[in-house]
Structure formats: C-alpha cells, structure tokens
Design a protein around this ligand. Structure first.
Ligand SMILES: [Zn+2]
Length: 520
C-alpha cells in the first residue's frame, strides 16, 4: 500500500543523482521537493513501476539515498530526471501538459529488460530503461542512470502531448524533430543544474562552440554500445553531439546512416542532429549576446538557457498540426514566438542562424481579422466557426477539416486544432496515412492572431510516399508479418532490441504502413 512520504525536516527528499551521465560526473547528493511524492517514487504525473524489485521508500529521515548498484537508485534517478524535464517543459510551455495517452500519470520502467536501449512507448504511456552488463566498462549499466537519456525519452512523451499525431507520421522532418527535441530538452535540463553550468564554462573557457560534456549526449550507454558493436569511433564517448557543424539537406538526397559523424544521414536519429545543432547555435548566440550586454559569463549562460527554453518549448504550440513538413516549419514557429514574447527582437539573429544551417522558414500565413465566438471552443462552435469563415481562412470547401481539440495557456492564448487525414498509395499493395491540419490561435481578447493551414498538397503526399519507401528499403519497417489492431511491444522491437520505425497493418482499406508508437 502506498503512503505519502513524510520528510523529517523541510520539504525535500535527499537523494543521490547523476545530473547528466554516469560516465562524465561524480555522483552528487541533492534533493527533490517532497510535495506530492510518495514511495515508488510517484507523484501526480509520474509513477515508477518496477515489478520484481524492492521499492524506493523514504528512510527514517524521509530521504531516498541509494547507491547506483541498488535497483532503487534507478527508480529515484529516472523519476527525478523525468520530473525535472516535465517541470522545465511546463514552465516554458506556460500550461499544463496533457499526456497523449490519456492518463494523468506516465509510467517509468527503470528495469524493462537487459539490452542497450531506452524508449518511449505511447501505447502503454511509459518510458523504459534497460540494464546491460558492459564487459569492457566492467560494470552493469542502466540507461535510466543517465539524466540525459531520461530527458530524451521524456522529450518524446512531452512533444507527443502537444502534437499527438506526429508520432504516427513516417516523414523525415517529423521523425527527425521528435529526436532532436529530446536532445535539446536534455541539454536544457542539464543546464538547470548549477554544477553543470560551472562545468561547461570550465570545459570551454566560456566559448560554447568548444567541445563540452553538456552538448555530448548519452556518454556511458554509447561507450557500451560502440564496445558491443566493436565500432571504431573517433569520439568514443557519446551517442550524439549538439555542438556540431552539420548543414541541413533535402533528406531524399541523404544516405540512411553514414558512419562518419560529420556527414548527415536520413535515419531519424542521424537527421535530428542538424536541428539540435541549430538549437545549440541559438544557445551560443544568446550566451555571447548577454555577455556583450554586460552580464557575467555564468549569468549569461543561465539567461541563454532560459531564453532558448522559452523560445523552443513555446514554439511547439505554434507548430503545424498533422506533421512537420520541414525543419523550416519549426523555425517559423520559433519566429512567431519571438514576435509575440520578445517583440521580434531576435528575428534577424534566429533567421541568420537557421539559414547558416540551411533551414529556411516558409512565409507566415496571413491572419484575417476574426474573433473567437463565445462557444468557439466547443466542438460545435469551433466547427461552425471554421465553416463560416473558410473563405477568409483560405480553406476550400472540400477540405474535410474536423475540429479536434482546444486548449488555453496561462497567457490567455486559446488554441484550436482541426485535422484531416488521407490515405496515400505508397506502392500498388501498400498505403500510408497523410495527416494535415489547421491551427488557429486567439489572443486573450479573442482576436485571431495566428493561423497555420498544413495542407496535404501533392508535394506533401510525395514526401510521405518517398519517406515510406526509403524506410522500407532501409529495413526500418517490419515486413516479416502483417499486424492488426493494438500491437504488442515485442513485435515493435528488432532482434537487437531497437524499435522498428514502422510496421505493416491490416486496415479496411488494405495494408497500411504505420509508424511505430515506440520511439527510442
Ligand atoms: Zn528518441
């Protein structure tokens, strides 16, 4: 039976913690707010579920001080890292996030099995971490011991809550952005920890373009992985590096996963790196700008972290509904948030940094003068609003947009989301789901202030078809059997434990390539 933790003193629970990754730091002793935390640990939004293991519980002083060889350490570590990620996310989003899987709590499985892996499972509403006996490291590692990996997987879940249809999309930029966002969140959350600010400044002498451990992600797990695969890497100790010089290219021109890390690939984790790199550029640029304004080097880094978090996370609410056509569409959302929250003062800087990465925001769509009616957020009222104003909104009568949901934030902005889908033939015997949509944003006074119609154009259909075919060719789609209905987790994983990008499903309209609800 679960009982609330009663900390003996103050309102915090002392625990041991890796604020980045076990390979790059000494274990620290820190504390988490005790508010609402019960044994497991568990709170209103997160619940550690660890069958067959002892359960983390407060000691007589109300603390949870475990060492990494104790399975309860992984419970506390993964819980705290996910909780920190959620707090950073909601602080910048300025609203409560609803998980995409429809429950109040996301499950955390710190001991999901024995392999080198970690993933978010939308179907189950869980993030999952694995143990592995890393012979060359001489220890058993756990991917949940890395705060960066926990932040990355939490990032999939958090983004899924804002744009739940994206995870069903096979396209390159949508999949790549899902991966990039997890990495961006990982470095933003790491920079919340004061000792990581000191560390990155010590490593770089204040120049964030120099090599540093905050930009390098998942050091311990990647070292175990390279050892296991017997892969020679010039930089042995990270999976991906946010501090990179990659330049965006049309994904159809890219090889799937080139071994040279300075070469961009099309596979989602590989392709993500250019977007993550662009976000690191923005962090670096703000860091320089604040120093030029007279702030100290450390304070400038804190301010840069806050501004990047505000811009990047708030931008998710202004991203296209249905799918993300290109990284440029995220850049457009970024510019919109800059316009709203910062009077557009960083427009030129952001545009230039993105252009240097060959990321180009499409034009903002014009916004007609319209006001949200009183019943505009009800399903009936929202649909009627669209039908009455199709002309002004530039949406043809035959586009079957249906109201999906609405939400508001603490700034008083009201978001209305509409969706439409279409099945696109990929081959004679196979189709895939194309998803379009409409986003309308109203200010606190009810006036329409942003509109984005994500239209399923022939070009968008071709992008989807091309991406699906390339993933089939690269073996990223499970094709050895055709599945139907709710899919078992085991059938989403390859022999090496890595998730497939998609699978084949029997639907009334024939065999459909579906994107996997499991994201590593
Ligand atoms: Zn991922």
């Amino acid at each position: 039976m679960l009982t609330a933790v009663q900390p003996a003193c103050g309102h915090s629970i002392k625990h041991r913690y890796f604020s980045q990754d076990p390979l790059t730091e000494q274990l620290m002793t820190t504390s988490m707010p005790a508010d609402g935390v019960s044994l497991g640990p568990e709170n209103a939004r997160l619940k550690v579920d660890d069958p067959g293991q002892p359960v983390a519980a407060p000691d007589e002083s109300g603390n949870m001080l475990y060492v990494p060889t104790d399975p309860r350490f992984a419970q506390v570590q993964s819980f705290v890292a996910a909780d920190r990620s959620l707090r950073v996310f909601e602080r910048h989003l300025q609203r409560k996030l609803d998980w995409a899987f429809g429950r109040e709590q996301m499950l955390i499985h710190p001991h999901a099995g024995n392999t080198i892996n970690a993933f978010y499972n939308r179907q189950e509403g869980s993030i999952n971490f694995y143990t592995f006996n890393a012979q060359e490291l001489g220890k058993t590692i756990n991917s949940g011991h890395s705060a960066e990996i926990v932040s990355h997987e939490s990032g999939h879940a958090l983004l899924d809550g804002v744009r739940p249809e994206w995870i069903k999309c096979l396209e390159d930029a949508t999949g790549g952005f899902h991966e990039a966002f997890g990495d961006i969140l990982a470095f933003l959350v790491a920079l919340e920890e004061p000792r990581n600010l000191d560390k990155v400044l010590a490593e770089t002498g204040g120049d964030l373009k120099r090599p540093n451990s905050v930009a390098r992600l998942a050091e311990e797990v990647s070292r175990a992985l390279w050892d296991e695969l017997d892969m020679e890497r010039p930089h042995h100790d990270y999976l991906r590096n946010a501090n990179n010089a990659l330049v965006n290219a049309d994904p159809t021109t890219l090889p799937p996963d080139p071994p040279d890390e300075s070469e961009l690939g099309r596979a989602v984790h590989n392709y993500s790196r250019v977007m993550t790199g662009a976000a690191w550029d923005v962090l670096d640029s703000f860091h320089r700008q604040y120093q030029a304004q007279g702030f100290g080097v450390r304070q400038s880094l804190e301010k840069a972290r806050e501004t990047v978090g505000a811009l990047v996370i708030r931008s998710l609410d202004f991203c296209p509904v249905g799918h993300l056509p290109s990284y440029g569409d995220f850049a457009r959302a970024l510019l919109e948030v800059d316009r709203r929250d910062f009077d557009g003062q960083h427009h030129e800087m952001l545009t230039n940094l993105m252009a240097a990465r060959n990321i180009h925001p499409p034009e903002q769509q014009p916004v007609p003068a319209l006001t949200l009616p009183e019943d505009g957020t009800t399903p009936f009222g929202a649909q009627r609003f669209l039908e009455l104003h199709r002309d002004e909104l530039g949406i043809a009568a035959e586009v079957p947009l249906a109201f999906e949901r609405s939400y508001a934030n603490e700034l008083g902005e009201q978001f209305l989301l509409y969706r439409y889908d279409r099945n696109v033939a990929v081959r004679d015997d196979l189709s895939a789901l194309a998803q379009g949509g409409l986003l309308l944003v109203f200010d606190g006074d009810g006036s329409l202030s942003y509109r984005h119609f994500n239209e399923l154009t022939p070009a968008a259909e071709e992008r989807l078809r091309e991406a699906a075919l390339s993933q089939l060719a690269a073996g990223q789609i499970r094709t050895d059997s055709v599945l139907s209905g709710e899919v078992e987790l085991s059938s989403m994983l390859q022999d090496d434990g890595q998730p497939y990008q998609g699978y084949l499903s029997v639907e009334p309209q024939g065999t459909v390539i579906k994107a996997s609800p499991v994201r590593a």
